[in-house]
Write a protein that binds this ligand. Structure first.
Ligand code: CS2
Length: 322
């Protein structure tokens, strides 16, 4: 009887010491490039909150900032292997299917009107289909970004000033083509490695929108913000298609609806941030440099066009016409 009593007590302890809350049925692990201060992180935090609440705790979305969980390319592979579940991505998907190049093709889009036309038009539709078919990812919306500019430690006004400059680019073929044609030495590298590499001098420059330059603290290691505005772009918040298909229909609906709300929420944060971010970068000591943008476009246009397959060149010509 004593042994029985002890056993019952042990079982009692075991049952009662478990976690208070019941485990979620679906855990969505999310790899983000940016840190907690960036609008993408905040938008995902908002998404996590509404999804958890509306699913009554059946879905939990866990966020890992600053590429702690995985770098962009790796994150895509891990989502495909169902090890993790969500991330943000865009032109990097060119490594899986070519039409993704239009998310971020230098000197093509002029402004956010062009961008929205692309996203909602045939190119955007094709991209979302290919994303599912070729990369196993489902877009939950899109995040608009500001133009990308070049940062460096010597002022760059004209492509001639780029000679030999080692510049980090994301793992995107069109970026390597563009900066090579412009006379620089592009080096593809994951975002989370950029700060340290700039600090150590293994790279001398990088390019990104204001929000990202600010978020990553590049003003600590870069003096000049050269207003190249070479590309307007967007990224998609994505979930693995297999993971999405495993959700029951009611939860899929919650997920998609929350995705739309995340997009709107992020857009508000993006617009808010754009208002002050330039001043903040200047206050941190960055010097803004006016650039001969036309010269950059002219020098690289042909190489960019020729690097595309005939099928993508055809879409490119149509987009340019409108
Ligand atoms: C980022 C990425 O790594 C970077 O510099 O700005 O988001 C980049 O734009 C990727 O190409 C998006 O797929």
């Amino acid at each position: 009887p004593l042994i029985c009593a002890v056993l019952v007590f042990i079982i009692f302890l075991f049952v009662n010491c478990g976690p208070e809350k019941k485990e979620p049925e679906f855990l969505m692990r999310t790899a983000l490039l940016v840190n907690e201060d960036h609008s993408w992180y905040k938008a995902f935090a908002y998404f996590a909150e509404i999804v958890e609440e509306r699913s009554k705790g059946r879905i939990k979305v866990e966020l890992y900032p600053s590429e702690q969980l995985a770098k962009e390319i790796e994150a895509i592979r891990l989502i495909q292997a169902e090890v993790i579940d969500m991330t943000t991505t865009g032109s990097t998907l060119t490594n899986w299917f070519e039409v993704a190049t239009f998310c971020e093709l230098p000197f093509l889009m002029r402004d956010s009107t062009d961008m929205n036309r692309y996203i909602k038009g045939p190119v955007g539709k094709l991209m979302e289909e290919e994303m599912i078919k070729k990369a196993g990812l489902r877009a939950l919306g899109h995040f608009e970004r500001g133009p990308r500019h070049l940062t460096s430690n010597r002022p760059i006004r004209h492509p001639d000033d780029l000679k030999g400059l080692i510049i980090r680019v994301p793992n995107v073929p069109a970026f390597v083509t563009t900066w090579s044609a412009l006379g620089a030495k592009p080096t593809p590298m994951a975002f989370s490695e950029v700060f340290t590499s700039l600090q150590q001098g293994t790279i001398q420059a990088q390019e990104n929108p204001f929000a990202m330059i600010h978020n990553a603290g590049f003003s600590e290691v870069q003096k000049y913000l050269n207003l190249t505005g070479h590309v307007i772009s967007w990224v998609y918040p994505v979930v693995g298609e297999k993971q999405f298909q495993k959700l029951p229909t009611d939860l899929q609906e919650i997920f998609l609806q929350a995705g739309k709300e995340m997009q709107d929420y992020e857009h508000q944060l993006y617009l808010e941030n754009e208002k002050n971010v330039q001043e903040e970068l200047k206050a941190e000591g960055m010097e803004f440099i006016e650039v001969d943008q036309e010269a950059f476009a002219k020098k690289s246009e042909k190489a960019i066009y020729e690097s595309l397959s005939p099928e993508i060149q055809k879409i490119y010509r149509e987009l340019k016409k409108d």
